[in-house]
Design a protein around this ligand. Structure first.
Ligand code: MOS
Length: 702
């Protein structure tokens, strides 16, 4: 039997780790008790660019409980001097106290270690630092003038991609829409901030780290410190949300190891909430110029999507916002481009649906503007330009049920009752608007390994060095294993988050289920075959193949889709926007667990409400500091901000993509929804807001 015939996969099984989490028994990285532990705090720069002239550490060294003050004067010299020793996602340019340079405001420039967290925090605040300040680039508007082409856009995409003749086709278009859309700098704020415990035993290092990638941490730390990989073990049984910021190994991880080595004791270094704004990435701001040319009947003749996003002075990160435009609609002529503008800030990074979330805001807002210009229903316009094959190559999709998504979500939402005229619906002083947009995210997978072993007590222990970000990895792997073994889920224990386990990729790009899942399936099938054959050797091994990595080598387009419909209410006098109702249907292959799966999609939609209406990191262009770097002023939706969300998936089985028939679901939920909200706001008020977030000041401005 394989997993496809049986009952556990797909069921709405409650998380296998639910009881442990509720009881407080699930230990997150910063919660491990380690003998002799002391506490480290990162001190950060207060200027955006320049040199450290003097750090007065003597007074601080004598403060109560202080064990160590680490600065560029006494930090160990590293072979790579803090330069990226490993490629992203795992490896990044770090700040490891190798010189006196300050590259952004809030950069780690010293580490203070003390007996207690309070003593370390107090001591770090007393460090007196003199700087020689230099002029800094902090204005995106100005930096844009020197925008340049990055080597790549996203993990594998080229910065520029074009086909046909967009210029020529735009000249012949009967209707054209031509606008600039912007999205602000944003920062991930998982409930669990980053945190690391480092412990040395001789030359061997153990790290408990809040991460999306235990093997990435191991490789990066080994190369950065110049030590053998086999001397490092990384543990992370639970991750309290990641969303991309924990996909890379940032400075604090290596600093914890350096500080522990220097003081000869285990060290815990956790980031304070304000430290989440700068040294651990975030979504870069984007400026996106979209031009659509169409015939009167709605046929798209040309799409242009040019993106500029910011990066740091010392590392390129590109928000690949034009990626969805390359694959969403059938169009014979396209011209897409990514450029970078350098600022003196920390390097941005992958943030939930990098490129696809910011990019669908621009593209799907523009499609709505085109529908209005044509006097055509927005759903009809999208169906008219539905991409039956991959637009640039003509290759078939592994599986795609987007048409069914539009139909299902429209029916459940009641879209046919919509009056297209703006300001045509109201309830008292609330203007009511209905909008929709397409959601999309690529399907990724990478090589992964797993093992399965029957224990004397009858339990099968299945292992893979993957991560559970709160998404349900423990649960779905247990379900996959149970079906493959022909056993109940209660007889399976899945273990993860340990580099002594079989190797697994980063839990990013929505690829854990489809990378690790097939490896678990094979390991359990292998174990079952061995047991059936009566073999004493009872450990099963499974490996999932990578599949072709390069776009040119792929035989199929691999991508998920969805349709999101939104109702908004806008206070006519005050400009307050509420989102009482969202209905969305997704084409994401087979859902491996109905409960955790729908919950993840719903979580993505909730974040989309935040991205649309509240989230924005405000950079002070004088000092390069994030003005609202805390959760009191960086607003994310709370329960009271969220109304009814009805999520569904269409019946689908994508065995072309992998034997489980699933595609990833971690990121698609946040795509499309921001545009659906902007489109609904325009329907409610007649005002088109092209700059996120849609705050009341923008709506009240005439
Ligand atoms: Mo996701 S932004 O690749 O963790």
């Amino acid at each position: 039997m394989n997993a496809r015939d049986a009952s556990a996969v797909g069921a709405a099984l409650t998380r296998t780790d639910a009881a442990a989490k509720v009881a407080g028994e699930a230990k997150y990285s910063a919660e491990f008790r380690v003998e002799g532990l002391c506490h480290a705090v990162m001190a950060r720069s207060t200027i955006p660019r320049g040199r450290i002239v003097r750090i007065d550490v003597e007074a601080v060294r004598r403060m109560p409980g202080v064990v160590l003050v680490l600065t560029h004067h006494n930090a160990q010299k590293l072979p790579q001097k803090g330069r990226a020793a490993v490629k992203p996602p795992a490896g990044r340019e770090m700040s490891l106290l190798q010189d006196d340079a300050v590259r952004y405001n809030g950069e780690p420039i010293a580490v203070v270690v003390a007996e207690t967290l309070e003593q370390a925090t107090d001591a770090a605040s007393h460090l007196r630092i003199e700087y020689a300040r230099e002029a800094a680039a902090l204005d995106f508007g100005k930096a844009k003038a020197d925008a340049y082409a990055p080597k790549q856009a996203g993990p594998s995409g080229k910065p520029d991609k074009a086909w046909g003749d967009a210029d020529g086709a735009l000249k012949g278009a009967e209707v054209t829409v031509d606008h600039v859309y912007t999205t602000p700098m944003e920062h991930h704020n998982p409930m669990e901030p980053h945190g690391t415990i480092a412990r040395w035993e001789g030359e061997r290092l153990t790290l408990w780290d809040a991460t999306q990638y235990v093997f990435g941490v191991k490789e990066t730390v080994a190369k950065t410190l110049g030590m053998p990989e086999e001397d490092i073990r990384v543990l992370c049984p639970y991750t309290g949300g990641g969303f991309g910021c924990k996909g890379s190994t940032w400075s604090h991880v290596v600093l914890a190891a350096m500080a522990s080595k220097a003081c000869g004791r285990p060290v815990k270094l956790i980031l304070e909430r304000p430290q989440m704004f700068g040294p651990v990435g975030g979504r870069p701001q984007t400026e996106q110029h979209v031009v659509l040319g169409a015939r009167r009947d709605g046929t798209l003749l040309a799409i242009r999507h040019h993106v500029i996003s910011h990066t740091s002075q010392f590392e390129d990160f590109t928000e690949p916002s034009a990626q969805p435009t390359r694959e969403l609609y059938a169009c014979a002529n396209a011209d897409t481009m990514h450029r970078l503008a350098k600022l003196d800030v920390g390097t941005p990074t992958f943030q939930r649906a990098p490129g696809e979330s910011s990019g669908t805001f621009a593209l799907e807002s523009a499609m709505d503007e085109l529908a209005v210009a044509l006097g055509m229903d927005p759903v009809e316009l999208r169906l008219k330009n539905h991409a039956d094959t991959v637009p640039s190559s003509g290759k078939p999709w592994s599986s795609k049920k987007l048409r069914e998504c539009y139909a299902d979500a429209a029916r459940r939402f009641g879209w046919s009752r919509r009056n297209p005229t703006p300001r045509s619906m109201r309830e008292g002083h609330w203007l009511v608007g209905w909008g929709m947009a397409t959601a999309t995210y690529p399907a990724h997978k990478m090589p992964a390994k797993a093992s399965a072993k029957l224990m004397p007590d009858g339990i099968v222990v299945v292992r893979s060095g993957t991560q559970d970000l709160g998404t349900g990895t423990y649960t779905i792997m247990t379900q996959i294993a149970a079906d493959a073994l022909g056993m109940p889920v209660s007889k399976v224990r899945f273990e993860l988050g340990d580099t002594t386990f079989p190797k697994a990729p980063v839990s990013g790009g929505s690829m854990t289920a489809c990378s690790v899942g097939p490896a678990v399936l094979k390991a359990c099938q292998d174990l079952r075959a061995k047991l059936d054959a009566g073999r004493g050797d009872n450990e099963g091994q499974g490996e999932s193949p990578p599949g072709p990595g390069k776009e040119e080598e792929k035989t199929h387009g691999e991508r998920s889709f969805g349709a999101t419909f939104v109702e908004v209410r806008v206070d006519e006098d005050l400009g307050i926007v509420r989102v009482p109702r969202i209905v969305a249907t997704y084409s994401v292959g087979r859902l491996l667990n109905e409960k955790t799966g729908l919950s993840q999609l719903q979580g993505g939609l909730v974040w989309g409400v935040g991205m649309a209406l509240t989230e924005e990191s405000i950079l002070d262009t004088r000092d390069g500091r994030i003005v609202n770097g805390n959760l009191a002023e960086y607003h994310v939706p709370v329960n009271a901000d969220i109304g009814s969300i009805e999520v569904g998936v269409v019946d689908e089985d994508d065995t072309e993509f992998n034997p489980l028939g699933a595609r990833g679901i971690g990121e698609i939920g946040i795509t499309g929804v921001t545009a659906a909200i902007a489109n609904a706001v325009c329907h409610a008020t007649g005002k088109r807001i092209r700059d996120l977030p849609i705050t009341l000041d923008k709506l009240l401005r005439v």
